[in-house]
Design a binder for this molecule. Structure first.
Ligand code: FDA
Length: 501
């Protein structure tokens, strides 16, 4: 195949990748982005780009024969999942033994499927997880820059108190307050003014039409509408979709050569191509970027990669649970799919928890309150290389999730006892109350200062950079995308100033 060359190549189109693309493009550097998923801008036969959670179809998931929703059951019945045709859909659930990881696939990565919560961690905790990053700079400059670029906004609290779509959050808030706990509003990249107009029936519904994890048709400022739109606007950035990077090698002149597999949306391989780059940026997410470098080290293509490649992976302490409410505490049949409130118990000395008050957008009264608890779980996993499948395998045991459950149980036992309520045992396919066999927040694998220097430069190689969630050592204490974005803003600024000519 004839060699194609670009000064800069970015792998992936999630948060770290999108920031990198905008800043390289604005600096006048021709840049190619390679994304294994699709561009989501074309309506299907139903007139919508994405399906909703009540009636998912093949667009929902990445090459599965049945959808795999996080709430496996309701009253022990598998009501949410549907058989589907294998297709390059928008949400993937990647299985590794005792842990599976949800990730977005498509132009915009996780921004297409996530809950849009734009949360800045407490500064004291940031200083613990990344002690060698200047927190003054992060909180004074890069977090504000990230929030501006992402389009974060806050709910109108007057509307919040009276609207139907956050009755579920108000009920959970009351129960938390009854236990003496604090709650806090969380900013979002979902346009709250659009949501208000949804409830008033002035615009087509999206957050109020059970659209969350399989994509959102209106109202969400996903990256394709923020950073990536701006990057394309520089005129220097192009995106190639359904292009999966399989291998990275270095030439004697120091440039990189990528082996890229181009497929169609049904999964048929159309071509295997080579693409050269002087500057190579990894933004394929914690799973994707870590796999590429673990594979490159173990197959001898990038033999100078150090032992930290593949280490320091965590779940951000994720654990999901539901509570059963009393009949007089209806949560309402209309639940906004985009959370706006969290229970902030992060200052608890033994069991810090930040719990997002999550929706059950089922379109009916559920008598349930759902939470995604973020806990401070010190356990870490790591990746090994499996030659037979040519893939990286996450090593994580179910027992490593126990600290997350202990912390969540401490908090929600208090809430239950203050309100005379109990857990729901019917939501996760069996009778467990706490689900931590999956995470929404994979972090680490290529930790800043370990696998890379303090700006994401891969140790052992020049002009090779990590820009995404794999830099963060397994925990952020809150939902992670603002931190991923801010860190990428910081790192790319330094790399442009010092490395790129
Ligand atoms: P990200 O995963 O976003 O992007 C990586 C991209 O690279 C993907 O598009 C992928 O297809 C592509 N890719 C991977 N390998 C490749 C290869 N070999 N070749 C080409 N392309 C490749 N966070 C938050 O802060 N607030 C929230 O409310 C939520 N809610 C939430 C809900 C759900 C359901 C999920 C799954 C996740 C969240 N998150 C979240 C987490 C958040 O979405 C996540 O942390 C970020 O998307 C991670 O950003 P990255 O830049 O690391 O990669």
């Amino acid at each position: 195949a004839e060699a194609d060359f670009s000064p800069a190549v970015i792998i992936g189109t999630g948060y770290g990748a999108a920031v990198t693309a905008l800043r390289l493009g604005a600096a006048g550097i021709p840049t190619v982005m390679l994304e294994m998923g699709q561009l989501w801008n074309t309506p299907g036969s139903d007139g919508k780009v994405f399906p909703n959670m009540l009636n998912p179809d093949k667009r929902a998931m990445w090459f599965k024969t049945r959808t795999e929703a996080p709430l496996a059951s309701f009253l022990w019945l598998d009501l949410a999942n549907r058989n589907i045709d294998p297709y390059a859909g928008v949400l993937d659930r990647v299985h590794f033994g005792d842990m599976s990881v949800y990730v977005g696939r498509g132009v915009g990565g996780g921004s297409l499927v996530n809950g849009a919560m734009a949360v800045v961690p407490k500064r004291s905790y940031f200083e613990q997880i990344l002690p060698r990053v200047d927190a003054d700079e992060m909180y004074g400059k890069y977090y504000p820059r990230a929030n501006a670029g992402l389009g974060a906004n806050s709910v109108d609290t007057t509307w919040f108190e009276t609207c139907d779509s956050y009755q579920y959050a108000r009920v959970s808030r009351k129960h938390a307050h009854n236990a003496g706990l604090a709650t806090t509003f969380v900013p979002s990249v979902y346009d709250f003014d659009y949501m208000r107009r949804e409830e008033a029936n002035e615009v087509p519904r999206s957050a109020l039409a059970s659209e969350v994890i399989y994509g959102n048709n209106y109202g969400k400022r996903s990256l394709d509408k923020s950073y990536l739109a701006a990057a394309l606007g520089t005129g220097n950035v192009t995106i190639r979709t359904l292009h999966e990077v399989r291998d990275i090698a270095q030439q004697p002149d120091g440039t990189y050569t990528l082996t890229v597999r181009q497929s169609d949306a049904e999964g048929n391989v159309l071509a295997t191509k080579q693409l050269g780059a002087k500057y190579l940026f990894l933004g394929a997410g914690s799973l994707g970027s870590t796999e590429l470098l673990v594979r490159a080290r173990e197959t001898g293509k990038l033999p100078e990669l150090n032992d930290a490649v593949g280490q320091g992976w965590g779940t951000n302490g994720n654990v999901m649970l539901g509570r059963a409410n009393h009949v007089w505490d209806a949560v309402g049949s209309l639940e906004s799919g985009m959370p706006a409130l969290g229970i902030d118990a992060w200052n608890d000395p033994k069991y810090p928890v930040f719990a997002e008050i999550a929706p059950v957008p089922a379109g009916i009264e559920t008598w349930a309150s759902l939470y995604l608890a973020i806990t401070r779980n010190p356990e870490r996993g790591y990746f090994t290389y499996d030659a037979a499948s040519d893939s990286a395998r996450l090593q994580w045991e179910i027992s490593q999730g126990q600290p997350s459950i202990d912390a969540a149980k401490n908090l929600f036992d208090r809430i239950n006892s203050a309100n005379g309520t109990v857990y729901r045992y019917d939501l996760f396919g069996d009778t467990r109350a706490f689900e931590n066999r999956f995470t929404y927040h994979p972090l680490g694998g290529l930790v800043l200062g370990e696998a890379t220097d303090l700006y994401g430069r891969v140790k052992g190689y020049r002009n090779l950079y990590v820009m995404d969630g794999s830099l963060i050592p397994g925990s952020t204490g809150v939902n992670p995308f603002v931190t991923i974005t801010a860190l990428a803003e910081r790192n790319v600024e330094r790399i442009l100033a010092e490395d790129v000519s």
